[in-house]
Ligand binder design. Structure first.
Ligand SMILES: Cc1cc2nc3c(=O)[nH]c(=O)nc-3n(C[C@H](O)[C@H](O)[C@H](O)COP(=O)(O)OP(=O)(O)OC[C@H]3O[C@@H](n4cnc5c(N)ncnc54)[C@H](O)[C@@H]3O)c2cc1C
Length: 393
């Protein structure tokens, strides 16, 4: 079992420690650590949402007033849950994460009416949520977004394409970002909630990726959304997207951390069992050096993830710098740790279905979505430079 000493760190309250222990025990009972997303990922994902909703874990993704667990989203709880589920099963972790990412903009910026309509069912696992920001020509460059929302009476009319949308095809509604044109670039975007069965919204294509989960390209043609489904004010879309990512980037780091912890466990277990040249792999100093590097990467990632989460919960409303550092470091570190775990397994490490082989595929997208590694570096550098003032060096 993974090292649990991090739970004694001062970032956590006793309630967090109890949550982590309870979820660990629950996950061991209900979530198969060896099953992986092959075959019907839609069904598996729906089943995980139902299970997580039934047993109360989704109550951490919405505020108390709408059926949730705490008054406002608690980033340390979200991170602990993603870390713990990530150690067991990436699709279960994904199912949990998307209920949060796909509903946070509603929790943070929705009217009371919208919150009442969507959040209770999301936290009971009865509605599946999604977040539709990216487009074929607007990934890292969000401000290049082309999808438009034109006001027509009591409705906005949406036209355009969204792609890489997780839960696309199984979601009941999407938080959708579109250009309303109050100003050029990022200041002319708005956010909406749109039901998946709205006429004019279609699944243009399902996307198959190296670690499958429900993923699609969506097309919007003359698609009418009630004006009341606007989140925040017209022109606030970019702000809403960034505020949502400010919470969820740290939690992507937490998921990567969970994957890395599992890889380290698998590597230690294998190194203690496998013999070569008359001794166990774990007895070779070259293996020990690898294990030491992996353990340092895991702890450093955990410190950055839980520092960012604690800062968001306790100190600052925006944690752009801390969240970007956590996401950047934890995802890159997890890739290194998992690669080393595959190496320690030798040929066995690349056999389909083996835990480390799955992790090797599962970690890859986390370095890309919710802001690539390169974008995190730009964000961090921007914060560092701004902190030193705008004048000449
Ligand atoms: C599995 C998966 C799930 C996803 N789920 C969602 C989802 O649910 N909702 C959603 O809205 N989106 C989702 N995405 C989209 C994701 O957020 C984008 O893929 C990501 O933001 C990168 O955009 P892009 O793919 O267009 O790459 P690009 O923006 O074209 O970038 C290509 C490369 O160029 C680099 N680059 C870009 N700009 C710069 C720069 N200024 N300086 C240096 N390098 C740069 C990038 O870092 C990257 O390496 C998902 C993606 C994947 C792979």
């Amino acid at each position: 079992m993974s090292d649990r000493t991090y739970l004694s760190w001062p970032f956590f309250d006793d309630a967090h420690r109890a949550l982590a222990e309870k979820l660990q025990a629950w996950a061991e009972k209900h979530i198969d650590a060896d099953a992986h997303a092959e075959g019907n990922v839609d069904r598996q994902c729906r089943d995980f949402v139902t299970l997580l909703g039934r047993d109360g874990w989704l109550r951490y993704v919405v505020p108390k007033a709408y059926g949730g667990h705490v008054d406002k989203l608690d980033v340390r709880s979200l991170c602990l849950i993603r870390d713990t589920l990530g150690q067991r099963n990436a699709l279960a972790e994904f199912a949990f994460a998307m209920q949060g990412l796909g509903s946070a903009s509603i929790s943070l910026f929705g009217s009371d009416e919208l919150r009442r309509k969507y959040l209770p069912d999301i936290c009971q696992g009865k509605r599946i949520a999604a977040f539709a920001l990216s487009e074929p020509d607007a990934g890292s460059d969000v401000a290049a977004m082309k999808t438009t929302a034109r006001l027509d009476g009591d409705h906005y009319v949406i036209d355009g394409t969204k792609t890489w949308i997780s839960n696309g095809g199984i979601a009941h509604q999407y938080v959708l970002f579109a250009r309303t044109g109050e100003a050029p670039g990022a200041k002319g975007l708005s956010a909406f909630v749109i039901d998946a069965d709205t006429p004019g919204l279609a699944i243009a294509e399902r996307l198959d990726v190296i670690a499958p989960h429900p993923l699609a390209t969506l097309s919007f043609k003359n698609c009418r959304v009630p004006k009341s489904h606007l989140l925040g004010k017209p022109g606030e879309g970019f702000k809403i997207a960034m505020a949502t990512l400010d919470i969820f980037r740290s939690t992507v780091g937490a998921a990567a951390l969970g994957f890395a912890r599992r890889a380290l466990d698998e590597a230690v277990d294998y190194a203690k069992r496998r013999e070569a040249f008359g001794q166990k792999l774990a007895d070779f100093q070259l293996t020990q050096a690898k294990l030491a590097d992996m353990a340092v990467d895991v702890d450093a990632a955990a410190l950055l993830v839980y520092r960012a989460a604690w800062t968001k919960d306790k100190v600052a409303d925006r944690v752009t710098r801390e969240a970007s550092m956590a996401k950047l470091y934890a995802t890159e570190a997890a890739q290194r740790v998992i690669d080393a775990a595959v190496q320690i397994h030798g040929g066995v490490g690349v056999v389909s279905g083996r835990a480390v082989e799955r992790l090797y595929r599962e970690i890859r997208s986390l370095r890309i979505y919710e802001g690539t590694t390169e974008i995190q570096k730009l964000v961090i550098a921007g914060q560092v430079l701004a902190a030193h003032g705008n004048g000449p060096a």
